[in-house]
Design a protein around this ligand. Structure first.
Ligand code: FE2
Length: 465
């Protein structure tokens, strides 16, 4: 059968760009604030070559899109993350690895390609490009050259989540790695200076896809949600990965350093809390309040992200992400789950200077429309609309360098105008999100839809290794 259907993940603004460009000063509509100084970098999938077999959005090679802002002016550059797999395929002039929707191949250079395509984080003087199945890659700033895989002097023993958490007060970074085979979950703490202090296994009944987690001042919270891996299922010809709606959601709370010898946790003091079946890609934040640990995240009732007939039957709420809050009582063991808003949102963020602490505000992508700012003190929200025919994604909150309040700063994201087929970097005043953007930087090449970004401050740029 001849099919002309285009894979949606290779079409429109999902389609890759193939030129790496470096611009001079760009045209700005509005005004870039003088106090906004640093670099916005966003990661996302951008297949170097025509994919083999079925292509999933998660498969593409990582490409970084960076906008350097200083003295009211902006320049742009985009660069592939030059991973080992990217280099091998670059030499070959074609794709050699297939994607997650195809059976894994016996590729001599590794079963999977670490695409480094998902997110970015700044820690201990360096920018890391992340992919949850493998090691981070160090990226030089501001030129976005790839230095290479980073394994903490060989101490990295697990995969590395795309969503590590840096404690804004101690500078420590917490991360985890999940696996199809035991140990299904490993938890690590990195010191402020970048030394991997310890990695410990955490027992799970079976392998699950775990995309994110959360921290509070004293605890780390893991989400054991029923998007499960099963080699046995795969052997029977059933989906190796599927959402099992009959299994509950489990949230594990462990003291941050509880995994060290002699600690409470080593004596078995991880606390598990159960709630109805769900899936969560992204947490907004978590914090402690009295006897409770509070987690806020975008929850979906079920997911068909790795669609297969067995796990898709008729859940009208499947894949719809909404902001929820869970309260885990460490004394009574009670769990309270509550929907905070019925508007579909994703890519939630907070002012990361308050990560792990209670924030008054949260920010998210309002699906298909714009950005939403939540005020948790009164349950109200405000929306910034991108406008007709314009779509965007995750906004990163950039604090004002001399901020005197939590929301003093800007929300920054790329927006694509479908009708003109052009992209802009949009800067919104976080204290006035209803208003027009304070600045729109016109990018002379389309920026495809992507995943997560990071703001690298002027201070970090000058201190980078
Ligand atoms: Fe993510």
């Amino acid at each position: 059968m001849v099919t002309t259907a285009v894979n949606p993940y290779l079409d429109g603004n999902f389609a890759p760009v193939h030129k790496e460009i470096t611009t001079d000063t760009l045209k700005v509509i509005g005004e870039l604030p003088d106090d906004l100084s640093g670099m916005f970098v966003r990661n996302g999938p951008n297949p170097q070559w025509k994919p083999i077999g079925q292509y999933h959005w998660f498969d593409g090679d990582g490409m970084l899109h960076g906008v350097r802002i200083r003295n009211g002016k902006a320049t742009y550059r985009n660069r592939y993350v030059q991973t080992k797999g990217w280099k091998i395929e670059h030499e070959a002039g074609k794709a050699l690895w297939n994607g997650i929707l195809e059976p894994s191949q016996n590729n001599p250079d590794g079963l999977y390609k670490n695409t480094a395509n998902t997110a970015l984080t700044w820690h201990a003087g360096q920018l890391l490009a992340l992919w949850e199945g493998g090691a981070p890659h160090v990226i030089k700033v501001p030129n976005l050259d790839t230095i290479g895989e980073y394994t903490y002097n060989g101490k990295l023993k697990s995969a590395f989540t795309a969503h590590p958490k840096v404690d804004p007060l101690t500078g420590e970074m917490m991360f985890f790695g999940y696996s199809f085979a035991p140990p299904y979950l490993q938890y690590s703490v990195v010191s402020a200076s970048g030394e991997l202090l310890r990695t410990v296994p955490i027992d799970l009944p079976m392998g699950v896809m775990m995309h994110d987690f959360a921290i509070t001042e004293n605890y780390t919270i893991f989400m054991d949600l029923p998007l499960t891996f099963s080699p046995q299922r795969a052997q029977r010809g059933e989906p190796g990965i599927m959402f099992e709606r009959d299994r509950p959601s489990r949230f594990g709370i462990v003291p941050r350093h509880g995994s060290f010898p002699g600690s409470a946790w080593e004596r078995g003091d991880i606390r598990w809390f159960e709630s109805p079946s769900c899936y969560v890609f992204h947490t907004l934040n978590a914090y402690e309040e009295g006897d409770e640990v509070v987690l806020i995240a975008c929850r979906m009732n079920s997911t068909t992200i790795f669609a297969s007939a067995q796990d898709t039957h008729a859940d009208p709420q499947a894949n719809i992400t909404r902001l929820y809050q869970w309260r885990f009582n460490l004394v009574t063991g009670a769990v309270r789950e509550e929907m905070l808003d019925d508007v579909p949102t994703e890519f939630p963020r907070v002012n990361e200077n308050l990560l792990g602490r209670q924030t008054r505000y949260g920010y998210a992508y309002k699906i298909g429309q714009g950005l939403i700012k939540y005020d948790f003190s009164n349950g109200k929200s405000q929306t910034h609309e991108f406008g007709r025919g314009r779509s965007g994604g995750e906004a990163v909150f950039v604090p004002h360098p001399n901020a005197t309040s939590e929301d003093e700063g800007w929300l920054i994201t790329f927006v694509h105008d479908t009708r003109e087929d052009i992209s802009e970097l949009v800067v919104v005043n976080a204290q006035d999100v209803n208003a027009e953007p304070v600045a729109r930087v016109l990018i002379p090449q389309r920026v495809p839809h992507g995943f997560h970004g990071a703001w690298v401050s002027e201070e970090q740029l000058s201190a980078s290794v």
